[in-house]
Design a protein around this ligand. Sequence first.
Ligand SMILES: Nc1ncnc2c1ncn2[C@@H]1O[C@H](COP(=O)(O)OP(=O)(O)OP(=O)(O)O)[C@@H](O)[C@H]1O
Length: 523
Amino acid sequence: MPPTRTRSASPQRVRARRVGDSGSRAPTKAPQAASSDMRHLFALEAQRMQATRLRERAAQEQWRERTRTLDEQLEEERRIAKENRPPGHEWRGYQDYEVELLRAQCEEQVASLQADVLARDEEIKRLRDLLGQYTQQASEQASAQHTWAARVSDLEAQLRTHDARTQQLRTEASDALAHTRGLEARLAEADALRRHLHNQVQELRGNVRVYARVRPAARADPVAEWRYPDAALLATQLEVHVPSESAMGHASVKTHAFAFDHVFPPAATQSDVFAEVSDLLQSVLDGYHTTIFAYGQTGSGKTHTLEGGAGIDWQHAAHAMDDDAGLIPRAMHMLWRTAEAQRTHGWSYTFEAQMVEVYLDQVSDLLSDASRRCEIKHTPTHTHVEHAAVEPLTRPEDVYALLARAQKRRQVAATRMNERSSRSHSIFALRVHGECTRPDATATTHATLNLVDLAGSERLAASGSANDAQRLKEAQSINKSLSSLADVISALAAQAKHVPYRNSTLTWLLKPSLSRGAKTYRT
Ligand SMILES: Nc1ncnc2c1ncn2[C@@H]1O[C@H](COP(=O)(O)OP(=O)(O)OP(=O)(O)O)[C@@H](O)[C@H]1O
């Protein structure tokens, strides 16, 4: 460390200050006094300078001592360094030692750097491997992308083809729709024509037709012989050959010949009978009232023909459509089938039924136990029997339950009123409401199909009613209603101006169905 030097004021400066001082103070001071001060001042200055020289000399001495000590320390360190220098290295002074130190540091750094380089090499290798993997993946992805691009391009081409095809199909569909509309219009016309022609055919066959059905003989030795001369052709003729004996005892055979629209021999099945009248059912769906009467004496097979064989148990529907099933269940099944087929022409149908009987010119309900007197009301579309149940039918089998109910009611009445069923007319009325809701045409139809089981037609004498007041009353009522029916049918057949519907409850009840335009059939 260099010695700290303190600056002392120079004699000139001191002197100058003194001169100034004297100048500002008393210019009148004596020159001798001033000279003495100066001398004193110089002496003081000389002393101070001497002291300074002494101090500087001491400091130099101190520095010299310090330098010597440092030199000795340096020499000692060199010696130690020389002793500690590594073998094979020539000592070339302190710089060599520093060089060695630096070299050692450098080697240490080099080793560290080499380790670092190795680590980095490892890292680089790992990264290279990774890069390789990524490159391969990228290559695979590029390949997959290429494949997908090709697939997308392929699909786009397919899509374009499909679009074109869809467009073409749309055009075709539109053409087909227009064509279908045209066909529908033609179909509607054809349907209307079919209805018209069907009606004409029915009219040509006769709006009033009479069929005869001969039931199998109940006895082994029948009193008469029944013949069917044209059975193989038209089956319209029936001959009854009755053996007789004259008063003279001559035996002869009396022949009674009849002609009908169709004759069913005893071997005719329920299905044969239904086939003959089934075209009427189309008329019902087309909106024409239709009535089928079963007429004949007690036990001749009216209920058998209309409802079915005596063995049918309507409570158990499984037996309902066997061979013995009559016109009512068969008609229901056919109506539903035909109505279903008509759906494609835009027609839908609803069905509802009433079952009533006319006994002693009074109408009563066969479907309910209520004993209220029923009233006949004619509406513009159908005849309604007030206070009688109206049952909607949603499937043909629904009718079995109605027949079962009616059968039960008739049995109750039979025990109470002595075989009343033979002495009442029972009417099954099916109301059919059709609605056409095609876009090009709307129409509705209302028609009723009446299936009438007429009361036994035996003569008063033959039935033995003459001696029984109740039976007599019943027989008179039956005869009156049957002859009224005959009158109405005759008037209709003769196209008379006045048709006597009001002459009996039966004809009044069936008025709309017997009016012109309606179809009436009697078996
Ligand atoms: N074509 C037929 N084949 C077989 N059996 C028949 C035939 N017609 C009627 N029968 C049978 O004759 C019996 C009487 O028939 P059904 O009850 O139908 O007569 P009906 O005319 O209705 O009598 P009623 O006037 O008393 O009601 C029944 O057992 C029935 O099964």
